[in-house]
Design a protein around this ligand. Structure first.
Ligand code: SF4
Length: 494
């Protein structure tokens, strides 16, 4: 691919092998290596001395965690962080490709940063994350945003020190995006802050839901070895973290790619629950791979939280088929029934897309009736937006926007009703809260989460931030509950 970068004419194809749908579907299980020998080259260790970095993160927790890794790498190079872009010598935008408006935000930000780059020519401006795995995005940056110095993909994060070095020395845009599925690189430094930590247990996704770009941007499913995950969680326990969230695009597929051992997500959770971390969560689940072994382990509770995010996407089996979700409405409800039977106080949340191409009124009603049946405590709802290169983008999108908006409104009203009802059940109960911060709107009020991931606001001393408190729920609302701090009771609710 030869493109005009805004800085020069150059053949970028040597750096950029864009992921392709056809090739991605053919991918095999070979070629994944686990590498344990990551090191910052000695000559790079002082590279960032006296310089500052800023990373802006968009999208999911996977991106948040990638940002922690990039911060760790930059700090090992001697950089320090800043939140003021005027002070920054390096600005990285860690982007999200999952929806069109996420991409629009990034292009808007790139437009604003152009002025800063003119004022500060030595500034290195980089774009990374899922958007940089899309060929169309990279072309657009090369053609219209010549002030960007560096583009790198999700499989190239460990190359950040070398890429930064190149970006400082080169007068041309440095682009390195590999379509290769990526190895597993252990021992990358991470800068973790606060009392909650994320741990990747696997990378990539092989589900190929027809609307989703992730199998192309994040590569094929590859699980970290159990001993590496367990060692990381033990280390976090030693450091005193209060909550660990296990991350993967489809955590339930953990271990399916192991050829030398039979060890799945349920086995991993069974081992992790024996580690002394007060709270363990995981995200995201795929209903298709959610098995009985996992339900049996989660039913032990203890440090395994009784909140499960179980994306359904639609309540219509026909739509689910077009989405290639690989389960039916009935199968999903059966799974919900099993989970509720094993964990009666479980809180379920979900993701739902409305207005998928061809979705009829009747099929949308199926979604509403499923929401009613499951009674989610919260849900993320979206209007379908096509992602270039995915199979759904080629389907006829015949649902008018006003119909989509009206469906979204009806769905949100239903979700709000069940959310309020779920919170109402907590009235008069004492809940255990991990106190995270002051509330954004009122510094007198503290904000934290219950075991079931419900947001709690209460008045209390700031010293409680980072620890557990017990709160009597006095005022349940739709999206949060308000309460009063109490002494630790003999018996607590969820
Ligand atoms: S399982 Fe999730 S990440 Fe994978 S293709 Fe489907 S929606 Fe995308």
């Amino acid at each position: 691919m030869t493109v005009k970068s805004g800085k020069s004419d150059k053949d970028f194809s040597i750096y950029f092998q864009p992921p392709s749908y056809k090739d991605a579907k053919k991918r095999g299980k070979e070629d994944i290596e686990v590498l344990y020998d990551f090191n910052i080259p000695v000559e790079m260790k002082e590279f960032g001395q006296g310089k500052r970095y800023m990373i802006r993160t968009y999208g999911c927790q996977m991106n948040e965690h990638d940002t922690e890794t990039m911060k760790g790498l930059l700090e090992q190079l001697g950089y320090t962080s800043t939140e003021d872009k005027q002070e920054a010598d390096v600005i990285l935008l860690n982007t999200c490709a999952i929806r069109e408006n996420a991409e629009d935000k990034v292009f808007g930000e790139l437009g604003h940063l152009k002025h800063l780059k003119i004022e500060k020519p030595h500034l290195v401006l980089g774009v990374c994350g899922c958007m940089s795995q899309e060929e169309g995005v990279v072309k657009r940056i090369l053609q219209k945003h010549g002030h960007v110095d560096l583009i790198f993909g999700t499989h190239n994060i460990h190359r950040l020190p070398a890429l930064l070095h190149d970006a400082y020395l080169s007068k041309e845009m440095v682009v390195e995006v590999w379509s290769k599925e990526g190895d597993i690189i252990e021992n990358l430094p991470k800068k973790r802050e606060g009392m909650r930590a994320w741990v990747n247990i696997m990378y990539g996704c092989d589900k190929f839901c027809t609307y989703c770009i992730v199998p192309y941007t994040r590569g094929k499913e590859r699980s970290r070895r159990p001993q590496d995950v367990l060692a990381e969680v033990r280390d976090l326990a030693r450091q005193g973290f209060k909550e660990v969230t296990l991350l993967g695009q489809n955590v339930n597929a953990y271990g399916k790619d192991f050829e030398d051992l039979t060890y799945g997500f349920g086995d991993l959770m069974d081992d992790i629950r024996k580690i002394d971390v007060p709270r363990i969560r995981f995200t995201t689940s795929h209903p298709r791979d959610f098995d009985d072994r996992l339900i049996e382990v989660l039913a032990h509770k203890g440090n395994l939280m009784e909140h499960i995010h179980l994306p359904v996407q639609s309540g219509s089996s026909e739509v689910l088929k077009k989405m290639s979700r690989k389960y039916t409405r009935e199968r999903y409800l059966e799974l919900v029934g099993k989970i509720k039977a094993a964990i009666p106080d479980v809180v379920l949340s979900t993701d739902i897309i409305v207005g998928f191409p061809g979705e009829t009124d009747e099929q949308f009603e199926d979604t509403l009736s499923l929401v009613k049946e499951v009674q989610y405590d919260f849900a993320y709802s979206f209007i379908y937006s096509p992602r270039e290169g995915t199979p759904a983008a080629a389907m006829e999108d015949n649902v008018p926007m006003e119909v989509k908006k009206e469906r979204l409104q009806r769905l949100n009203d239903a979700i709000a009703t069940y959310g309020k009802e779920g919170n109402e059940k907590l009235r008069g109960q004492i809940v255990e809260v991990l106190v995270e911060s002051e509330s954004k709107r009122n510094s007198e009020v503290l904000s934290g989460r219950t075991r079931t991931n419900k947001l709690v606001h209460f008045t209390g001393p700031k010293e409680l931030i980072g620890s557990f408190a017990h709160v009597l729920v006095t005022e349940p609302q739709t999206w949060l509950v308000k309460g009063e701090l109490v002494e630790k009771p003999l018996q607590i609710s969820i």
